[in-house]
Design a protein around this ligand. Structure first.
Ligand SMILES: Cc1ncc(COP(=O)(O)O)c(C=O)c1O
Length: 404
């Protein structure tokens, strides 16, 4: 749908947004009308350099041709099939994901938060089935983000954040330990703890990569105490951090992994992968969803994964990400540039991040800010060093404008 062809003006559409959308607006002041690779276009045809990728989703570029074609072709066959049916895209995707991420079984969901619900539910049921009714506690990291449904929200270690405020009480059975602090995690575990759950790189919390020793320490401790190690790879997965899954980069394998975002190439899909042994926890009817393994989403995911693998986008993320992080040190007021691959955060010495984000959009560069002093950069994984140079040029301008 195009704004002008449909006979609307941008102002009329923004009035509709104001009048009917319940979610208070933090959206950009334009209508996103066309995506094309590393670019997004508004209703006037203005071109924006996309260093946001729809929040780490459009890894193979906006409107990737092969993904779009796979979606269109599947729409002519089966759009929805219910969770009583097998479909080709579902079965081929199950095999491809398990083989690629080194796991045995998959649970299909529709989003990142649901992939985490599946992971939390399986861990809790495994604990109470095998070790007694109190064995359902999970320790997660402070400053983590796991989603907005109640299980994932309760796992999110940010009690003062707007995403939890006013929604209490949270689900019982979660406690929070300092990220990258193995001793604190050990202290927070009790005889009722069944699992530890972390993001290998905290995204929403400010782009903080885990230390290898920390993840290895968690793995060893979980093995020693018969507990499960759960990774939320919703944001880090599928090439973003420079390897197909971030856990591969660290060489520390979890018992369960949740994934979403990039796997679907823009279609709503989340999955959770685990071992054959743990998957037995879900007996028939224990967990499910009407839309899970939707054939159109699965067809999109198959095409997206092929594109990521065939075009070596994880390797590109590693190489271009390292270059980008070096260049970002040229920005004014930089305190730290950190991240992994193309999951990059810039922390400023001044509380200018939200204004930098605003100015960047004015300068036709899409980025996001995660706090008043940290911006986050998540370009599609097809990005080139030249695109990064252009983004750095626009960012220098935006930072100067924001700091005025
Ligand atoms: C690490 C992580 N987990 C879970 C989620 C929730 O995913 P979704 O928004 O698809 O529910 C996000 C979203 O930003 C995330 O970054």
């Amino acid at each position: 749908m195009k704004v002008k062809e449909m006979g609307y003006t941008k102002e009329e559409l923004l009035e509709i947004a104001d009048k009917y959308l319940a979610e208070p607006a933090r959206r950009w002041n334009f209508i996103e009308e066309q995506g094309d690779g590393i670019y997004v276009y508004d209703e006037e045809g203005n071109r924006y350099l996309d260093f946001f990728a729809g929040i780490a989703v459009s890894s193979t570029g906006n409107c990737n041709k092969k993904v779009s074609e796979a979606i269109a072709a599947q729409c002519k066959q089966v759009i929805h099939a219910s969770n009583y049916a097998y479909t080709m895209p579902m079965l081929l995707l199950a095999k491809k994901v398990c083989d690629t991420v080194g796991m045995e079984k998959i649970v299909f969901q529709n989003s990142g938060t649901e992939a985490n619900e599946a992971m939390i539910k399986m861990a809790r049921k495994y604990g109470t089935d095998n070790f007694g009714l109190e064995k359902y506690h999970i320790v997660t990291a402070k400053n983590s983000f796991h989603g907005r449904t109640y299980g994932a929200l309760s796992a999110t270690g940010q009690p003062d954040n707007a995403c939890q405020a006013g929604f209490q009480p949270m689900l019982p059975g979660f406690s929070y330990a300092e990220f990258n602090n193995l001793e604190d995690f050990k202290q927070k575990c009790t005889e009722n703890t069944i699992a530890i759950m972390v993001e290998p790189v905290q995204g929403e919390g400010g782009v903080y990569p885990a230390d290898k020793e920390f993840l290895q320490g968690l793995r060893d401790y979980c093995d020693e105490k018969n507990m499960l190690l759960l990774y939320d790879e919703v944001q880090t997965g599928w090439g973003r951090t420079g390897s197909i899954m971030a856990y591969m980069e660290y060489g520390v394998k979890p018992d369960m992994i949740s994934m979403a975002k990039a796997i679907g190439g823009g279609m709503p899909i989340g999955v959770m992968c685990t071992s054959e042994k743990l998957a037995k926890t879900f007996s028939a009817g224990a967990h499910g969803s009407t839309y899970a393994a939707n054939p159109v989403c699965c067809a999109a995911a198959l095409a997206e994964i092929d594109e990521i693998l065939e075009n070596h986008l994880a390797e590109n993320a590693k190489e271009v990400g390292a270059y980008f992080m070096e260049q970002l040190k040229k920005l004014p007021y930089v305190k730290e540039v950190r991240g992994k691959g193309l999951m990059v955060g810039v922390e400023f010495t001044k509380p200018i991040a939200f204004e930098v984000k605003h100015q960047a959009v004015e300068n036709k560069l899409l980025i996001t800010a995660v706090s008043q002093d940290i911006i986050r950069l998540l370009p599609p994984l097809i990005v080139t060093k030249e695109d990064c140079d252009e983004a750095v040029r626009l960012l220098i301008k935006s930072v100067h404008e924001a700091a005025m």
